[in-house]
Structure formats: structure tokens, C-alpha cells
Ligand binder design. Structure first.
Ligand code: G3P
Length: 217
């Protein structure tokens, strides 16, 4: 499973990228606003750092303007994936950009039917939002399973990009289901390293290091 990092914070992307943990980056208007940076400038900086796909989202609601925005975003770098919302206008834009050879990430997906439409429109990535479904008592992971089944049934090559990931548990569950990609905030990716038994075991080893005066350097 590929790891995308869901942030527009350059330092955080760099830290994970230097460890080989970043296969791509996703941003959205909220993350760009949080960074306080200009969308074109920060997106270019991310594309220069990361070799995998970098999602940059359109902000228009109508297809014509979305397409113009998508084309402008696509010019930033070869690894841009233009992100469009899962609306009818977004699907129209997805089809047009995909036909032009631009990667498209269709976002704000909350149902298997929406994912089916995105695949038919040629999306490179579909982004089902797990956490936001969990928030309203609908099992987000079940949606990932359903999309996996549908895409496999018909050989769609759209990548399932599980988004709105809130926990390390979401990451391993998505990997078990067979999501192609998970995009998660840096803190969730770093949190995957934590285990209470690791901490406890290390504390025991350190106590013995102290007791025996073990030194290596
Ligand atoms: O990738 C989508 C993500 O940014 C949304 O996450 O936690 O706001 O639902 P969240």
C-alpha cells in the first residue's frame, strides 16, 4: 500500500520523505488555508520535493471553470494530480482532464455508486473519506471494501485512495482490505510506530543498561 501524506506543511513532508515514507502528497483548500501559503507556490515546492503524485484541488464549482483551474494546476509539474469534488461538474472535469492525460483525484466520495461513476469518468484516484463516515456512524472501512470489490469485479484501474484517515488502525485495516493508497496526516503516519509493549520493553532494557553500566561508545 502506498503512503500519501495529507498536508501542505513543507517541513513535515520533508521529514517523512527523507525516510522514504512518502509516495505522494494530498492537499485540499482547508490544508492550503492552514499553511497560510499561496496555493501555486506551495504546490510547486511540494512537487519539487516529492516524485510521486501531488494532489492540488480546484476551487470552482462549475465544470468550465474547474477545467480551466485544473489545466493551470496541471502546468505546475508533471506529477500533479488535479483534485475535483465528486459532483456532476467534477465528473465532467475528471473526464476532460483524464482524456488530456492529466491525473485526476476525485475527492469527497462517500458511496460505492460515486466511486463507480468516478472510475467510469477515468479517475486515476478515488478518495473515499473514512473518518467522516465514521463520524456519522457509518462504517468507513466497509465503503473501502465495497469499492475494492466493485473495482476488482470489472477490472477498473482507478486507485482507491483512502482519505480522512484518523488513526493508525485505519491504516492497517485499509492495508488488509487492499486500498491502493492511504493518505494520512503526518501525526497518524508517525503514530504507527507506537506500541505500549515497545515502550515497556525499552524501559526494561534501559534499566538493565543502567544497572550493568553497559556502554558502546
Ligand atoms: O484527505 C481528506 C482529509 O484531509 C480530510 O480529513 O480528518 O478533515 O476528515 P478530515
Amino acid at each position: 500500500m502506498k503512503f500519501f501524506v495529507d498536508t501542505a506543511e513543507i517541513d513535515q513532508i520533508k521529514e517523512l520523505n527523507d525516510l522514504g515514507m512518502v509516495d505522494g502528497v494530498t492537499t485540499n483548500p482547508s490544508l492550503i488555508a492552514k499553511s497560510g501559503r499561496d496555493i501555486l507556490e506551495v504546490t510547486k515546492e511540494i512537487c519539487d520535493m516529492v516524485s510521486g503524485p501531488v494532489s492540488a484541488e480546484v476551487v470552482a464549482l462549475d465544470a468550465e471553470t474547474m477545467l480551466a483551474e485544473g489545466r493551470k494546476l496541471a502546468k505546475i509539474a508533471d506529477n500533479i494530480a488535479v483534485k475535483v469534488p465528486l459532483t456532476w461538474a467534477g465528473l465532467q472535469t475528471c473526464k476532460a482532464l483524464s482524456d488530456e492525460g492529466t491525473m485526476v483525484n476525485v475527492t469527497l466520495c462517500f458511496s460505492a455508486n460515486q466511486a463507480l461513476l468516478a472510475a467510469k469518468a477515468g479517475a486515476t484516484f478515488i478518495s473515499p473519506f473514512i473518518g467522516r463516515l465514521d463520524d456519522i456512524n457509518i462504517d468507513g472501512l466497509e465503503l473501502i471494501e465495497d469499492i475494492r470489490t466493485i473495482y476488482d469485479n470489472y477490472g477498473f484501474d482507478t486507485n482507491i485512495l483512502a482519505a480522512s484517515i484518523r488513526s493508525a488502525n485505519h491504516m492497517s485495516e485499509c492495508a488488509k482490505i487492499g486500498a491502493d493508497v492511504c493518505t494520512a496526516p503526518p501525526a497518524v503516519i508517525k503514530g504507527m510506530a507506537n506500541h505500549v509493549l515497545t515502550d515497556k520493553g525499552l524501559a526494561g532494557f534501559m534499566a538493565d543498561v543502567e544497572k550493568a553500566g553497559i556502554k558502546i561508545l
